[in-house]
Design a protein around this ligand. Structure first.
Ligand code: ZN
Length: 380
């Protein structure tokens, strides 16, 4: 499935392709709190090198949306990126080679748009254009189709500045809790298990989305936000290990359950994981815990248990509700080993503050990734 979808632009009626939706191969946006109005631009630096690789440095953990528009008439194709915060000044930078010009614009009072406009006739392959998050504050897009060495390197700002500290180091987090029967290694991206690069494909399904917020818990914590954040981070972590990741959604869109399963089944993926958070009644803050569901097969059971164990290991004190069978649609109708993890209760007094904490969500993403990678390593 393509990671692109047609998007009708609000003005002018031109059609653009938004690189933000279902089954994109890469996470395109990291979740975030809203910025204060008129904050400074989140764009810190950009560079387009001679090989046609575009890099962005941004404020950490912010959304970047990427768009493509085909050329027509005497106008070349364009790729643009929208980020929060206003630029200090709008400007146009002359291009070279197939790059006609680069513009830093302000489409709304508190947003920045970086536009790369190519010469008329330039042929880019939009299906190959992916904005890849390479760190919390780094993004890269290969402008596939651009003749190599066709232009001088262009850029503004210090693209080489040190990368943002990983979120998992920022919170008030102690060492991960050891658990009986399993030694847990350092819980960091670099400490995750290695697998054969390029061999595996995993579908990550952040539950709910769009008009369906899923469960809503204490302090209006929404399941859709929690699971999208964790899902996108899992995708990045797995991709960094050479695992191809398909996401059923990468932004706040609604995807029905049958398409989620169908897309997973047609992808030939090795594993499928649906990510959720539980809720009970607001009057039951005493109910907390982690549970993971699977449907029938021994491999699915092993997957569910692996994810359950890892999530429990980063959720000290939260009860183990077990890896159990269930008949949820997405795990029943997917053909590869599938599981559905409930990472805690949005209504639980222990779980809810954790699920609201970006540092804990980072740990959850690392834990889920570790479980998935270990299952891939063990093979069929
Ligand atoms: Zn759910």
């Amino acid at each position: 499935m393509a990671g692109l979808v047609s998007r009708r632009r609000p003005s002018g009626g031109r059609t653009a392709l938004a690189l933000v939706q279902a089954l994109a191969l890469v996470p395109l946006a990291l979740p975030l709190g809203p910025l204060p109005a008129l904050a400074a631009s989140a764009l810190s630096a950009w560079r387009l090198n001679r090989e046609g690789q575009l890099e962005l440095r941004t404020a950490p953990d912010l959304p970047v949306r990427a768009y493509y528009e085909a050329g027509r008439g005497g106008i070349g194709p364009r790729v643009w990126f929208d980020l929060p915060g206003a630029p200090l000044r709008t400007r146009t930078i002359p291009g070279s080679g197939q790059v006609r010009q680069i513009r830093v614009g302000q489409p709304t009072p508190d947003s920045t748009r970086l536009v790369v406009e190519f010469q008329p006739g330039t042929q880019l392959d939009p299906s190959a254009l992916k904005l890849v998050g390479t760190a919390r504050d780094r993004w890269r897009m290969d402008l596939t189709g651009l003749a190599p060495y066709g232009q001088q390197a262009l850029g503004e700002g210090d693209i080489e500045a040190p990368a943002a500290t990983p979120a998992w180091r920022q919170g008030p987090i102690g060492a991960p809790q050891p658990r009986p029967g399993g030694a847990i290694g350092p819980l960091s991206a670099s400490g995750l298990p290695e697998v054969d690069r390029g061999r595996f494909k995993v579908v990550i399904d952040p539950g709910h989305g769009g008009p369906d917020p899923g469960a809503v818990g204490i302090a209006n914590l929404r399941e859709t936000d929690v699971v999208l954040d964790v899902g996108l981070q899992v995708a990045q972590l797995l991709q960094a290990k050479g695992v191809q990741v398909l996401m059923t959604r990468t932004s706040e869109v609604d995807v029905d359950l049958p398409p989620r399963a169908a897309l997973a089944n047609s992808s030939g993926a090795d594993l499928f994981l649906s990510i959720h958070a539980n809720a009970l009644s607001m009057t039951r803050p005493d109910v907390n815990g982690i549970e993971t569901f699977y449907f029938e097969s021994p491999r699915a059971r092993a997957l569910a248990q692996a994810v359950q164990d890892e999530v429990l290991a980063v959720s000290p004190g939260s009860p183990d509700r077990g890896a159990r069978t269930a008949r949820f649609y997405v795990i029943r109708r997917t053909t590869m080993p599938s599981a559905l993890v409930e990472m805690g209760f949005l209504t639980g007094e222990l779980d809810a503050p954790r699920l609201a904490d970006p540092a804990h969500r980072r740990r959850l993403a690392l834990a889920v990734s570790r479980g998935l990678l270990n299952v891939l390593r063990q093979g069929p």
